[in-house]
Design a protein. Sequence first.
Lengths: 495, 142, 127
Amino acid sequence: MIQENLPVLLVVTLLFTAYLLPIFTKRRPRIIELLVVTVECLILGGTLYLAGLIARQGRAPIIYPAGGWPAPWGIELSVGSLSILFLLMIAGVGLPVAIFATDGITWQLRSRQRVAWFFTLYLLLAAALAGLAVTNDLFNVYVFVEVATISCCALVAAKDDPLAIKAAFRYLLLATVGSGFIFAGIGLIYLVTGNLDMTFAFTELSQRAYTYPHVVRLAISFFVIGFGTKAALFPLHLWLPDAHSAALTPASAILSGLAVKGYIIALAKILYIIVGPALLQALSIDRILLLMGMVAIVAGSLLALAQDELKRRLAYSTVAQVGYIFLGLGLMNTTGLAGALFYAASHAIIKACLFLAAGAIISRTGKERVSQMAGVGREMPITMGIFTICSFALMGLPLLSGFIGKWNLLRGSIQAGSFLASLVIILGSLLCAGYLLPVIRTAYFVPAGTTTTKETSFLQISSMLILTVFVIVLGIAPGPLWNLAWQAARDLLGG
Amino acid sequence: MKDYILKRVVILLLPLMQVFGLYVIFHGHLSPGGGFAGGMIVGLGLVCYAAVYGMEKGTDKVPDRAATLIESFGTLWYGAVGLVGVFKGTLFLSNKATGVPMGQPAALLSGGWILVITLGVGIKVASTIVTLFYALTEEEES
Amino acid sequence: MKVSLLSRLLANYPYVAAFILFAIGIYGVIASSNLLRKLLGISIMESAIFLMFIASGNITGRGVPIVDAAKESVGYVNPLPQALILTGIVVGVSTTAFALALLVKLHKYYGTLDARIIYDKREADKH
């Protein structure tokens, strides 16, 4: 009974718990934190079960019509390899970040009552992203995108200081303009095809696209602009550095790791399932995505080099890595797309861990800027060690998960015949080393006065260690996740 | 606002607003409106009362905490109706397949679970409007 | 050629109006320095999209989509866009309410709603 309805139950459980939490505002925060961690574990278990189910039936997606009405009359959920990949990301990153947040959130929010609201927003964001992963209906995508946007902005505004509120308002403004564009794009697709279900819209669109070429092109550009604003594609990234550096640490980790990827995966679903690879190549959208990805990598990395505050440097690094994923989306071959999806998953884990480590360093030692970070290697050895491993993974060193993604992006771009893209990928890695190695060098090798250890608490270290173990395991034995990414790429390109 | 005319007019209009709002909610499956529009009308009635008579009288009628609890309750109600479908063996949010009586079309008690869901949505939206109003007009409290 | 373009524009007047409103809304967001006016620009932009959606569901000569035995022969207008727009309006209301709450807080912290003054104060705060 629960097994057949698992796709919708994952989203519903998160939503249910998110709305259960405000009832407990007056209780002790421990109950709330326990509830959140339990729900995340349940989601992880449910996703693994679904993954096993799909693997047993030959990798075909599970179709779930909500309310018993099949498409095109009703909303269908379609759980394929791409959905499983993203659900694993949500559960796998959401759980450690929630564990990290339980330590110290009461002090940081300055009130016991606001802990319940913070975790409500956290679970709402997870629910919206899970919904984005499983849905197969275009308007459902819009609803979940809106829920995710408002939860993200509220998470940024949870920290009640002037910088955070200004950053949250700017994020809300730009994200709502993006939502407006997405809604307009959905309207245009509905005007041309008369269907809101993705598979049905594809069949209609492939017949009608040549009768209405301008409308289709307008709709695709609206989608790219709308989702690009929310995913911080250069030059639409202006809200990201302020928002991610001014937010609370667990909020930055979740925003940079999961929320940004959620919008990119939604865009990939819309572009590949509705418009289809053939039409994308005929309208040269793939070349445009490739170009924008390359520009984002170079611009984001160069801007990151110029930042002195640690969190802002990591935020601009997210802008650059989003460029990698867009580059993979524009390559149009299975290797490149699978590499991009694998890189998205590994970047989520790495960036979340980096933000958590940076937050721990800032809150324990009070040092916000890279230039001040002398001696941190001695003050917080374990945290700095975790930071170092994750930085090496982001640079793409072998034996860590970032390497697999970048290597396959490289292979994909050579297969697609774009040597410029290969050069930019390598250049991006060099620039990444350029803005991450000075942090490590200053922390370990620059002498400083203090030698007292101010290491952070057990809960925070264990959550960061879980993420680091994921990074190392995915680097040494990428098999299962790589197969998932490969199958997802085949599903997207084959349709 | 301490205007005499406003207070008399609002106290006469308020019952009409509530009844109209409830009418829109209950006929959600038969005529335009439904949960959201009806809930807004009910909520705005309460907001009018709080705006004209002052926040203390407003919060006496609908306390802060009650509004928040009703909000959560509304969403849980919706989820519970959806889960009825799951527990009876059919899919989430099923209507006829769960065995609920469907009634005659165009009668008030028809449409299965739709009326129940509309009620839940209406209550939730009303309490959301009230909560938003309280949040936007709260005085300086540090 | 010109006449046919003008007559086509006049025949599709809801979409022309939606486009003009969209442009006005975006212009409001970009060009005004008061944060409240930017928010109003977003509201106008969303109204434009609602207009486009609903106008797309209209079929000339048919009636309101409420089931009524007397109107079966005439037929009904497409009711799906209307349901979608109801959801869209709810989303717009929530976003506006949240943005207004943030504006109240911003005014409390900075004393003004002018984006340029807040930017200068924020830069001064950071250094």
